[in-house]
Write a protein that binds this ligand. Structure first.
Ligand code: PMP
Length: 403
Protein backbone atom coordinates (compact mmCIF):
# COMPACT_ATOMS: atom_id res chain seq x y z
CA UNK A 1 0.00 0.00 0.00
CA UNK A 2 1.05 3.58 -0.58
CA UNK A 3 2.00 5.82 2.32
CA UNK A 4 -0.20 8.74 1.24
CA UNK A 5 -3.91 8.88 0.53
CA UNK A 6 -3.66 10.04 -3.07
CA UNK A 7 -7.40 10.46 -3.50
CA UNK A 8 -7.49 12.88 -0.61
CA UNK A 9 -4.36 14.69 -1.82
CA UNK A 10 -5.72 15.11 -5.34
CA UNK A 11 -8.80 16.83 -3.96
CA UNK A 12 -6.44 19.61 -2.99
CA UNK A 13 -5.03 19.99 -6.51
CA UNK A 14 -7.66 21.71 -8.70
CA UNK A 15 -5.91 20.62 -11.89
CA UNK A 16 -7.35 17.12 -11.37
CA UNK A 17 -10.88 18.59 -11.47
CA UNK A 18 -10.11 19.88 -14.94
CA UNK A 19 -8.07 16.87 -16.09
CA UNK A 20 -9.38 13.80 -14.28
CA UNK A 21 -7.35 11.46 -16.51
CA UNK A 22 -4.08 13.33 -16.09
CA UNK A 23 -1.00 11.22 -15.35
CA UNK A 24 1.47 13.84 -14.24
CA UNK A 25 5.02 12.48 -14.14
CA UNK A 26 6.95 15.71 -14.66
CA UNK A 27 7.30 17.07 -11.13
CA UNK A 28 11.07 17.42 -11.58
CA UNK A 29 10.30 20.10 -14.18
CA UNK A 30 7.57 21.72 -12.10
CA UNK A 31 5.20 20.43 -9.46
CA UNK A 32 1.43 20.83 -9.54
CA UNK A 33 0.00 23.55 -7.29
CA UNK A 34 -2.39 22.91 -4.38
CA UNK A 35 -5.50 24.99 -3.76
CA UNK A 36 -4.22 26.59 -0.59
CA UNK A 37 -1.24 28.04 -2.49
CA UNK A 38 -3.51 29.31 -5.26
CA UNK A 39 -5.85 30.73 -2.60
CA UNK A 40 -3.17 32.68 -0.77
CA UNK A 41 -1.88 34.16 -4.04
CA UNK A 42 -5.49 35.08 -4.84
CA UNK A 43 -5.89 36.57 -1.36
CA UNK A 44 -2.94 38.86 -1.95
CA UNK A 45 -4.23 40.08 -5.32
CA UNK A 46 -7.90 40.29 -4.30
CA UNK A 47 -7.62 41.73 -0.81
CA UNK A 48 -4.25 43.51 -0.71
CA UNK A 49 -2.56 44.05 -4.05
CA UNK A 50 -0.27 46.80 -2.75
CA UNK A 51 3.47 47.17 -2.39
CA UNK A 52 5.56 46.12 0.62
CA UNK A 53 8.09 48.02 2.77
CA UNK A 54 6.78 51.38 1.49
CA UNK A 55 3.24 52.31 2.36
CA UNK A 56 2.39 53.82 5.74
CA UNK A 57 -1.13 52.44 5.65
CA UNK A 58 -2.83 49.27 6.81
CA UNK A 59 -2.94 47.32 3.55
CA UNK A 60 0.76 47.81 2.97
CA UNK A 61 1.61 46.77 6.52
CA UNK A 62 -0.47 43.65 6.02
CA UNK A 63 1.22 42.79 2.70
CA UNK A 64 4.63 43.42 4.27
CA UNK A 65 3.77 41.17 7.21
CA UNK A 66 2.76 38.32 4.89
CA UNK A 67 5.85 38.76 2.72
CA UNK A 68 8.22 38.74 5.69
CA UNK A 69 6.33 35.90 7.37
CA UNK A 70 7.08 33.85 4.25
CA UNK A 71 10.76 34.58 4.78
CA UNK A 72 10.46 33.35 8.37
CA UNK A 73 8.83 30.16 7.07
CA UNK A 74 11.64 29.56 4.56
CA UNK A 75 14.25 30.25 7.25
CA UNK A 76 12.63 27.68 9.53
CA UNK A 77 12.31 25.21 6.62
CA UNK A 78 16.08 25.38 5.98
CA UNK A 79 17.10 25.92 9.62
CA UNK A 80 18.63 29.27 8.66
CA UNK A 81 18.40 32.79 10.07
CA UNK A 82 15.84 35.25 8.74
CA UNK A 83 18.52 37.56 7.26
CA UNK A 84 20.07 34.65 5.38
CA UNK A 85 17.04 34.15 3.11
CA UNK A 86 17.07 36.17 -0.10
CA UNK A 87 14.03 35.96 -2.35
CA UNK A 88 14.91 35.62 -6.05
CA UNK A 89 13.18 34.57 -9.26
CA UNK A 90 14.28 30.96 -8.85
CA UNK A 91 17.27 28.65 -8.60
CA UNK A 92 18.75 30.04 -11.81
CA UNK A 93 18.63 33.61 -10.52
CA UNK A 94 20.01 32.56 -7.12
CA UNK A 95 22.98 30.71 -8.58
CA UNK A 96 23.72 33.52 -11.04
CA UNK A 97 23.60 36.04 -8.21
CA UNK A 98 26.26 34.18 -6.24
CA UNK A 99 28.47 33.64 -9.29
CA UNK A 100 28.27 37.23 -10.60
CA UNK A 101 28.90 38.69 -7.22
CA UNK A 102 31.57 36.23 -6.13
CA UNK A 103 33.67 36.55 -9.27
CA UNK A 104 35.25 39.75 -7.92
CA UNK A 105 37.00 37.54 -5.39
CA UNK A 106 38.55 35.18 -8.00
CA UNK A 107 41.76 35.44 -10.03
CA UNK A 108 43.71 33.38 -12.60
CA UNK A 109 44.90 30.10 -11.10
CA UNK A 110 41.92 29.76 -8.75
CA UNK A 111 39.88 26.61 -9.26
CA UNK A 112 36.12 26.12 -9.32
CA UNK A 113 34.93 22.55 -8.87
CA UNK A 114 31.70 21.49 -10.50
CA UNK A 115 30.41 18.32 -12.23
CA UNK A 116 28.88 16.85 -15.36
CA UNK A 117 25.76 16.10 -13.31
CA UNK A 118 24.89 19.78 -13.03
CA UNK A 119 21.86 21.50 -14.42
CA UNK A 120 22.94 24.29 -16.78
CA UNK A 121 22.04 26.87 -14.14
CA UNK A 122 24.62 25.40 -11.76
CA UNK A 123 27.50 25.06 -14.24
CA UNK A 124 27.07 27.86 -16.81
CA UNK A 125 27.32 30.82 -14.39
CA UNK A 126 30.68 29.45 -13.21
CA UNK A 127 31.80 28.73 -16.77
CA UNK A 128 31.25 32.44 -17.41
CA UNK A 129 33.06 33.37 -14.22
CA UNK A 130 36.02 31.22 -15.29
CA UNK A 131 36.04 32.99 -18.65
CA UNK A 132 35.87 36.42 -17.03
CA UNK A 133 38.47 35.85 -14.32
CA UNK A 134 40.92 33.30 -15.71
CA UNK A 135 39.96 30.84 -12.98
CA UNK A 136 39.80 27.17 -14.02
CA UNK A 137 36.68 25.03 -14.07
CA UNK A 138 37.39 21.51 -12.79
CA UNK A 139 34.94 18.60 -13.11
CA UNK A 140 34.60 15.89 -10.47
CA UNK A 141 35.00 12.59 -12.35
CA UNK A 142 31.74 10.63 -12.09
CA UNK A 143 31.80 6.97 -11.12
CA UNK A 144 30.48 4.20 -13.41
CA UNK A 145 26.89 4.88 -12.33
CA UNK A 146 27.28 8.61 -12.95
CA UNK A 147 27.56 9.58 -9.29
CA UNK A 148 29.68 12.15 -7.51
CA UNK A 149 31.61 10.33 -4.80
CA UNK A 150 33.63 11.71 -1.89
CA UNK A 151 36.73 9.90 -3.21
CA UNK A 152 36.39 11.47 -6.65
CA UNK A 153 35.85 14.86 -5.07
CA UNK A 154 39.06 14.47 -3.05
CA UNK A 155 40.93 13.73 -6.28
CA UNK A 156 40.16 17.22 -7.66
CA UNK A 157 40.24 19.27 -4.45
CA UNK A 158 43.45 21.32 -4.20
CA UNK A 159 44.87 24.28 -2.34
CA UNK A 160 43.70 26.40 -5.30
CA UNK A 161 40.06 25.37 -4.95
CA UNK A 162 38.07 28.50 -4.11
CA UNK A 163 34.51 27.54 -5.08
CA UNK A 164 32.63 24.24 -5.18
CA UNK A 165 29.33 24.38 -7.11
CA UNK A 166 27.46 21.09 -6.98
CA UNK A 167 23.97 19.77 -7.17
CA UNK A 168 22.43 18.16 -4.07
CA UNK A 169 20.13 15.94 -6.16
CA UNK A 170 20.60 15.46 -9.92
CA UNK A 171 17.58 16.34 -12.03
CA UNK A 172 18.48 13.62 -14.55
CA UNK A 173 19.78 10.74 -12.42
CA UNK A 174 18.01 11.51 -9.13
CA UNK A 175 21.16 10.69 -7.15
CA UNK A 176 21.85 12.34 -3.83
CA UNK A 177 25.32 13.90 -3.65
CA UNK A 178 27.28 13.24 -0.41
CA UNK A 179 27.25 16.99 0.06
CA UNK A 180 27.94 17.13 3.82
CA UNK A 181 31.26 15.30 3.45
CA UNK A 182 32.13 17.44 0.43
CA UNK A 183 31.39 20.66 2.33
CA UNK A 184 33.61 19.56 5.23
CA UNK A 185 36.48 18.74 2.86
CA UNK A 186 36.07 22.00 0.91
CA UNK A 187 36.12 24.02 4.12
CA UNK A 188 39.46 22.46 5.05
CA UNK A 189 40.78 24.29 1.96
CA UNK A 190 38.79 27.44 2.82
CA UNK A 191 36.67 27.05 -0.33
CA UNK A 192 33.02 28.03 -0.35
CA UNK A 193 30.33 25.56 -1.40
CA UNK A 194 27.29 26.55 -3.46
CA UNK A 195 24.58 23.89 -3.37
CA UNK A 196 21.91 23.56 -6.07
CA UNK A 197 19.00 22.17 -4.06
CA UNK A 198 16.31 22.59 -6.74
CA UNK A 199 15.61 18.84 -6.79
CA UNK A 200 16.47 18.20 -3.15
CA UNK A 201 13.96 20.65 -1.67
CA UNK A 202 10.83 18.71 -2.76
CA UNK A 203 12.18 15.40 -1.45
CA UNK A 204 14.20 15.78 1.71
CA UNK A 205 14.69 17.82 4.84
CA UNK A 206 17.45 20.34 4.21
CA UNK A 207 19.28 21.72 7.22
CA UNK A 208 21.78 24.33 6.05
CA UNK A 209 23.19 24.72 9.55
CA UNK A 210 23.90 21.00 9.96
CA UNK A 211 25.29 20.87 6.40
CA UNK A 212 27.34 24.01 7.05
CA UNK A 213 26.55 25.04 3.45
CA UNK A 214 27.77 28.47 2.38
CA UNK A 215 25.08 29.04 -0.25
CA UNK A 216 22.06 26.98 -1.26
CA UNK A 217 19.36 27.63 -3.83
CA UNK A 218 15.93 26.25 -4.69
CA UNK A 219 12.80 27.18 -6.68
CA UNK A 220 9.24 27.63 -5.44
CA UNK A 221 7.57 26.03 -8.45
CA UNK A 222 9.20 22.64 -7.86
CA UNK A 223 7.90 22.39 -4.30
CA UNK A 224 4.20 23.12 -4.90
CA UNK A 225 4.70 26.90 -4.90
CA UNK A 226 4.23 29.56 -7.60
CA UNK A 227 6.54 30.14 -10.54
CA UNK A 228 8.76 33.21 -10.46
CA UNK A 229 9.93 32.83 -6.87
CA UNK A 230 13.03 31.16 -5.50
CA UNK A 231 15.41 31.30 -2.62
CA UNK A 232 19.06 31.97 -2.12
CA UNK A 233 20.30 30.94 1.29
CA UNK A 234 23.71 32.35 2.20
CA UNK A 235 25.68 32.61 5.41
CA UNK A 236 25.10 36.07 6.79
CA UNK A 237 28.75 37.17 6.87
CA UNK A 238 29.26 35.98 3.27
CA UNK A 239 26.13 37.73 2.01
CA UNK A 240 27.08 40.97 3.73
CA UNK A 241 30.51 40.80 2.05
CA UNK A 242 28.93 40.32 -1.39
CA UNK A 243 28.21 43.28 -3.66
CA UNK A 244 24.67 43.40 -5.01
CA UNK A 245 24.28 42.70 -8.72
CA UNK A 246 21.10 44.75 -9.17
CA UNK A 247 20.62 48.30 -8.01
CA UNK A 248 17.50 50.35 -7.39
CA UNK A 249 14.77 50.88 -4.86
CA UNK A 250 14.59 49.18 -1.47
CA UNK A 251 18.16 47.80 -1.51
CA UNK A 252 19.90 51.03 -0.72
CA UNK A 253 20.77 52.61 2.61
CA UNK A 254 22.08 56.14 1.92
CA UNK A 255 22.31 57.82 -1.47
CA UNK A 256 24.54 60.85 -2.00
CA UNK A 257 25.67 62.57 -5.18
CA UNK A 258 29.01 60.88 -4.72
CA UNK A 259 27.77 57.33 -4.14
CA UNK A 260 25.53 55.02 -2.16
CA UNK A 261 25.63 52.41 0.56
CA UNK A 262 23.62 49.20 0.69
CA UNK A 263 21.27 47.79 3.23
CA UNK A 264 22.33 44.62 5.03
CA UNK A 265 21.31 41.24 3.67
CA UNK A 266 18.73 40.13 2.60
CA UNK A 267 17.45 43.50 1.36
CA UNK A 268 20.61 44.50 -0.49
CA UNK A 269 19.84 41.71 -2.94
CA UNK A 270 16.15 42.48 -3.41
CA UNK A 271 16.21 45.61 -5.58
CA UNK A 272 12.87 46.88 -6.81
CA UNK A 273 9.38 45.69 -6.00
CA UNK A 274 9.80 42.08 -4.90
CA UNK A 275 7.84 39.00 -5.98
CA UNK A 276 5.27 39.52 -3.24
CA UNK A 277 2.58 37.01 -4.24
CA UNK A 278 5.25 34.44 -5.11
CA UNK A 279 6.90 34.65 -1.71
CA UNK A 280 3.57 34.40 0.10
CA UNK A 281 2.62 31.40 -2.05
CA UNK A 282 5.95 29.75 -1.39
CA UNK A 283 5.47 30.12 2.36
CA UNK A 284 2.12 28.38 2.08
CA UNK A 285 3.59 25.62 -0.14
CA UNK A 286 6.23 24.88 2.48
CA UNK A 287 3.56 24.61 5.16
CA UNK A 288 1.69 22.18 2.91
CA UNK A 289 4.77 19.98 2.39
CA UNK A 290 5.58 20.04 6.08
CA UNK A 291 2.02 18.98 6.91
CA UNK A 292 2.63 15.85 4.81
CA UNK A 293 6.16 15.18 6.05
CA UNK A 294 9.38 14.24 4.26
CA UNK A 295 9.50 10.68 5.64
CA UNK A 296 6.02 10.10 4.23
CA UNK A 297 6.89 11.72 0.89
CA UNK A 298 10.01 9.58 0.62
CA UNK A 299 8.20 6.34 1.45
CA UNK A 300 5.43 7.15 -1.04
CA UNK A 301 7.76 8.04 -3.91
CA UNK A 302 10.04 5.11 -3.15
CA UNK A 303 7.17 2.61 -3.32
CA UNK A 304 5.99 3.97 -6.69
CA UNK A 305 9.53 3.99 -8.01
CA UNK A 306 10.27 0.38 -7.01
CA UNK A 307 6.91 -0.82 -8.32
CA UNK A 308 7.49 0.84 -11.69
CA UNK A 309 11.09 -0.34 -12.06
CA UNK A 310 9.95 -3.90 -11.36
CA UNK A 311 7.31 -3.67 -14.10
CA UNK A 312 9.75 -2.10 -16.56
CA UNK A 313 12.16 -5.01 -16.07
CA UNK A 314 9.93 -7.21 -18.19
CA UNK A 315 9.73 -4.66 -21.03
CA UNK A 316 12.23 -5.47 -23.76
CA UNK A 317 13.60 -2.70 -25.95
CA UNK A 318 14.14 0.03 -23.36
CA UNK A 319 17.14 1.18 -21.35
CA UNK A 320 16.81 2.67 -17.86
CA UNK A 321 19.92 4.71 -17.06
CA UNK A 322 19.47 5.18 -13.30
CA UNK A 323 17.84 2.18 -11.62
CA UNK A 324 19.46 3.12 -8.29
CA UNK A 325 18.06 6.67 -8.16
CA UNK A 326 17.11 7.62 -4.58
CA UNK A 327 14.48 10.21 -5.46
CA UNK A 328 12.12 8.39 -7.80
CA UNK A 329 13.43 9.74 -11.11
CA UNK A 330 13.35 7.26 -14.00
CA UNK A 331 15.51 8.35 -16.93
CA UNK A 332 15.27 6.01 -19.91
CA UNK A 333 14.97 5.61 -23.65
CA UNK A 334 13.09 3.37 -26.00
CA UNK A 335 16.05 1.83 -27.82
CA UNK A 336 16.76 3.38 -31.23
CA UNK A 337 13.82 5.82 -30.89
CA UNK A 338 14.31 9.53 -30.40
CA UNK A 339 12.62 10.56 -27.13
CA UNK A 340 10.63 13.30 -28.86
CA UNK A 341 9.08 10.63 -31.09
CA UNK A 342 8.41 8.36 -28.13
CA UNK A 343 6.95 11.28 -26.21
CA UNK A 344 4.12 11.61 -28.74
CA UNK A 345 2.76 8.24 -27.59
CA UNK A 346 2.84 9.34 -23.95
CA UNK A 347 1.15 12.59 -24.86
CA UNK A 348 -1.71 10.77 -26.63
CA UNK A 349 -2.29 8.83 -23.41
CA UNK A 350 -2.20 11.98 -21.26
CA UNK A 351 0.99 10.79 -19.60
CA UNK A 352 3.08 13.91 -19.02
CA UNK A 353 6.78 13.34 -18.87
CA UNK A 354 9.87 15.12 -20.06
CA UNK A 355 11.81 14.47 -23.25
CA UNK A 356 15.07 16.21 -24.01
CA UNK A 357 18.36 16.94 -22.35
CA UNK A 358 16.68 18.34 -19.22
CA UNK A 359 18.89 21.46 -19.25
CA UNK A 360 21.75 19.13 -18.39
CA UNK A 361 23.58 18.43 -21.64
CA UNK A 362 26.76 17.32 -19.91
CA UNK A 363 25.19 14.30 -18.21
CA UNK A 364 23.13 13.48 -21.30
CA UNK A 365 26.40 13.40 -23.28
CA UNK A 366 27.99 11.37 -20.50
CA UNK A 367 25.18 8.84 -21.04
CA UNK A 368 26.12 8.96 -24.74
CA UNK A 369 22.61 10.05 -25.65
CA UNK A 370 21.24 13.02 -27.57
CA UNK A 371 18.27 13.16 -25.24
CA UNK A 372 16.33 11.00 -22.80
CA UNK A 373 12.85 10.51 -21.41
CA UNK A 374 12.28 11.25 -17.73
CA UNK A 375 9.41 10.28 -15.45
CA UNK A 376 9.20 11.51 -11.87
CA UNK A 377 6.81 10.63 -9.05
CA UNK A 378 5.40 12.81 -6.32
CA UNK A 379 2.68 12.93 -3.68
CA UNK A 380 -0.26 13.03 -6.13
CA UNK A 381 0.82 9.94 -8.09
CA UNK A 382 -0.52 6.45 -7.48
CA UNK A 383 -0.15 2.90 -8.79
CA UNK A 384 -2.64 3.60 -11.54
CA UNK A 385 -0.35 6.35 -12.85
CA UNK A 386 2.54 3.91 -12.74
CA UNK A 387 0.50 1.29 -14.64
CA UNK A 388 -0.57 3.76 -17.30
CA UNK A 389 3.02 4.90 -17.66
CA UNK A 390 4.26 1.31 -18.10
CA UNK A 391 1.47 0.60 -20.61
CA UNK A 392 2.54 3.66 -22.60
CA UNK A 393 6.14 2.50 -22.56
CA UNK A 394 5.02 -0.86 -23.94
CA UNK A 395 2.90 0.86 -26.56
CA UNK A 396 5.84 3.03 -27.63
CA UNK A 397 8.05 -0.06 -27.97
CA UNK A 398 5.38 -1.86 -30.03
CA UNK A 399 4.63 1.15 -32.20
CA UNK A 400 8.21 1.94 -33.14
CA UNK A 401 9.16 -1.69 -33.63
CA UNK A 402 6.80 -1.64 -36.61
CA UNK A 403 9.15 0.79 -38.41
N1 PMP B 1 18.90 22.96 -10.82
C1 PMP B 1 18.24 21.81 -10.95
C2 PMP B 1 18.85 20.56 -10.39
C3 PMP B 1 17.00 21.80 -11.59
O1 PMP B 1 16.34 20.65 -11.72
C4 PMP B 1 16.46 23.02 -12.07
C5 PMP B 1 15.12 23.05 -12.79
N2 PMP B 1 15.01 22.09 -13.82
C6 PMP B 1 17.19 24.18 -11.90
C7 PMP B 1 18.40 24.12 -11.26
C8 PMP B 1 16.71 25.51 -12.39
O2 PMP B 1 15.57 25.91 -11.72
P1 PMP B 1 14.70 27.14 -12.26
O3 PMP B 1 14.41 26.85 -13.70
O4 PMP B 1 13.48 27.10 -11.42
O5 PMP B 1 15.51 28.36 -12.07
Amino acid sequence: NLMLDVKQIRQQFPIYDHNPKLVYLDTAASSLKPKNVIDVVDHYYSKLGVNVHRGVYGLSYEATDLYEAARTTVARFLNAKFEEIVFTRGTTASLNLVASSYQKQLKPGDEIITSELEHHSSVLPWMQVAKNTGATLVYVPLNSEGRITVEAFKSVLTDNTKVVALTYVSNVMGYITPIKEIIDLAHQKSAIVVVDAAQAAPHMKIDVTALNADFLAFSGHKILGPTGIGVLYGKKHLLNKMEPTEFGGDMVDQVELSGATWKDTPYRFEAGTPIISGAIGLGRAIEFIESIGFDEIHAHVHALHQYTLEKLKSVEGITVYNPTSETGIITFNVDYVHPHDAASIFDQNQVCLRAGHHCAQLITKWLKQLATLRATFYIYNDYEDADRFVESVKEAVRFFKAF
